[in-house]
Design a protein around this ligand. Structure first.
Ligand code: CA
Ligand code: CA
Length: 587
């Protein structure tokens, strides 16, 4: 019996009158997932739709009435495990599912915040998460809710009870594999990547039968590695030693740690791939495919349909994992089936999503120096003065020439997802303006040990701000407006047909902006840094907004001088729900 049921039994009819709707859980169907962007009463996917535009057609809440948006409840994740909360919640039939730090999941009553159940993964000693013990969200399908854990396992839970239905190993956590992204569901399959790019793991994308958890296909992203389909070897990715010399491809990295998006129209799953291993680029001459890339994969068989490498022969940890968001672009009177992505390397790319053809790349941060620009084929024009030097060419062979490169390895944009509004036709990009001193060192691969061969210190580029939320016109590449934030931005973005853009700040605010002008129109202090992705939904005729709160993530761990700018921010772990009461909305 669920806690909620027990509660209702105890208090009887009065409670039933107060709680007008009991959670009667209908199965989450394929159609629910495909239509998620249009259906305002639920959020059943990471990204508010498989294309992950993070746009809601809800417009009850707007810039004029948003001052009436008030907290409805704050649900605590409890315990002592207060670390970065980067989760995007899901909500269906009056139940809200949200994951927490240290691989926890909660189901709560979406109206009251009452806890229905909690799942707490028992994590073994010796897990190797690189960048805080975060989780970014769950997936819903039929009667189950899925998420990945820091010990590289995928777990399917019963939506009603939180009981484990199945639990499968993604890979060996002792080799550096872990899992933090939200899985996606495509045609009855659950599709995931792997985390562990700083440990020389081999990035891959894989699909399992969502009912049983059995692997259907695996697609390694590094050339020379063999794929799998229905339990048999399928095709090799690329060819051995095409863009990697010697044995370097065996520990090539390319972790697919941020999950994927799906475009039903072209039947393609898009995954980004992380940095090559090791960071020290002198140890692996060549383009190092497919690291720092976007790949389009056929979800039916796991074959790569196209690949686009944003940073060939990366030398700065410019992971190419950032989400690829399908959208239709009007250009020269034509509709282009495009996809947009804001890369760690500081450029915003628009590609043809059907074939990966390069359309444009424009800087979305102010001071890029590692590349002079992007050529007509989409390849960076490197400035070798800003590539860290080869330690073998130094006097003692221990430390290569140090350079100050911009952006820093934490990226012009990191994991925090953008939003795209088909109303304003703008991308809202949570970016950061920072650089780094970076130098290379000798390194060799050792299982379960950091495989970097580099040292670094992150530094701000401007005195007054690091964080910068930008509205970018993908057709022109121009920045239409910018909001500057003192601390680095690390939260996802949401936009609505009510002409609003939401995001959070480390300083503890959930903020709303006018989507057309960037004017700040609302903020609320939640008492700890906000580094999660907000959602909005409608229930009982009212518009709700929710976000997980809890400071952490990579910045305080890796941020160098920048981490100092966030010292003193208190940790936390909670989910905040806000609503615009009917009386305010109709006034
Ligand atoms: Ca929906
Ligand atoms: Ca990386």
């Amino acid at each position: 019996m669920r806690i909620r049921d027990q509660f209702l039994t105890a208090v009887g009819v009065t409670a039933l009158c107060v709680n007008l709707t009991l959670p009667a859980l209908a199965e989450v169907t394929e159609q629910d997932i495909l239509n998620d962007a249009k259906t305002t009463g639920d959020v059943v996917t990471y990204g508010l739709g498989p294309q992950a535009q993070r746009f809601s057609p809800l417009k009850t809440l707007n810039r004029d009435n948003i001052k009436g948006l008030v907290p409805a409840y704050s649900f605590s994740f409890g315990g002592e495990k207060q670390r970065g909360q980067e989760s995007q919640a899901l909500v269906k039939d009056g139940v809200l599912y949200v994951t927490g730090s240290y691989s926890r999941m909660y189901a709560i009553d979406s109206r009251t915040g009452d806890k229905l159940w909690e799942y707490n993964a028992r994590l073994p000693e010796g897990i190797l998460p690189c960048c805080d013990v975060v989780n970014r969200g769950a997936a819903l399908y039929k009667d189950k809710v899925y998420f990945g854990t820091l010990d590289a396992k995928l777990v399917a839970l019963d939506q009603k009870t939180g009981k484990v239905v199945w639990r499968k190993d993604i890979d060996d956590f002792k080799a550096g594999y872990s899992y933090t992204a939200a899985p996606i569901i495509v045609k009855g399959k659950i599709i995931t990547g792997v985390s562990g790019g700083e440990f020389g793991v081999i990035g891959r994308v894989e699909a399992r039968d969502a009912e049983t958890g059995e692997v259907v296909w695996k697609r390694p992203v590094i050339e020379g590695h063999m794929g799998e389909l229905n339990g048999k070897p399928s095709t090799m990715t690329g060819q051995v030693n095409e863009t990697w010399p010697g044995d370097t491809w065996k520990f090539g990295g390319g972790a697919t740690w941020l999950g994927g998006t799906y475009d039903p129209e072209s039947n393609l799953v898009y995954f980004g791939t992380g940095n090559p291993g090791p960071w020290n680029s002198a140890l692996r001459p060549g383009d190092n495919k497919w690291t720092a890339s976007r790949l389009a994969i056929n979800p039916d068989n796991g074959e790569i349909v196209w690949g686009f490498q944003t940073t060939p022969h990366d030398g700065w940890d410019f992971d190419g994992v950032n989400e690829f968001v399908p959208f239709d672009m009007q250009k020269d009177g034509k509709t282009v089936k495009a996809g947009g992505t804001a890369d760690r390397n500081g450029f915003f790319y628009v590609l043809d999503r059907t074939n990966g053809k390069f359309i444009s790349a424009t800087p979305f941060v102010n001071k890029i120096n590692w590349a002079k620009g992007i050529d007509e084929k989409g390849r960076p024009i490197y400035d070798d003065a800003f590539r860290p030097g080869d330690p073998a060419k130094s006097e003692d062979g221990k430390k290569g020439k140090s350079v100050f490169a911009v952006p820093s390895f934490l990226g012009g944009k990191n994991w925090m997802p953008v939003a795209y509004s088909p109303d304003t036709k703008l991308f809202y990009v949570p970016s950061n303006e920072w650089g780094m001193d970076i130098w290379n060192e000798p390194v060799s691969y050792k299982k379960g040990a950091a495989y970097l061969g580099a040292g670094f210190t992150i530094k701000p580029v401007f005195e007054d701000h690091i964080g910068s939320l930008k509205a970018i016109d993908p057709a022109s590449g121009k920045t239409v407006w910018e909001y500057k934030n003192k601390a680095p931005l690390w939260a996802g973005v949401l936009t609505t047909a009510g002409n609003l853009v939401f995001t959070g700040t480390p300083e503890g605010f959930l903020k709303a902006f006018d989507a057309k002008t960037g004017e700040e129109v609302w903020k609320f202090q939640v008492g700890t840094g906000v580094v999660a992705s907000p959602i909005t939904w409608e229930q009982d005729g009212e518009q709700w907004v929710g976000v997980a709160a809890g400071w952490g993530g990579a910045v305080p761990l890796w941020g160098g001088e920048v981490a100092k700018s966030t010292a003193g921010i208190n940790q936390g772990g909670s989910f905040w729900a806000f609503k615009l009461p009917k009386t305010v909305a109709t006034r």
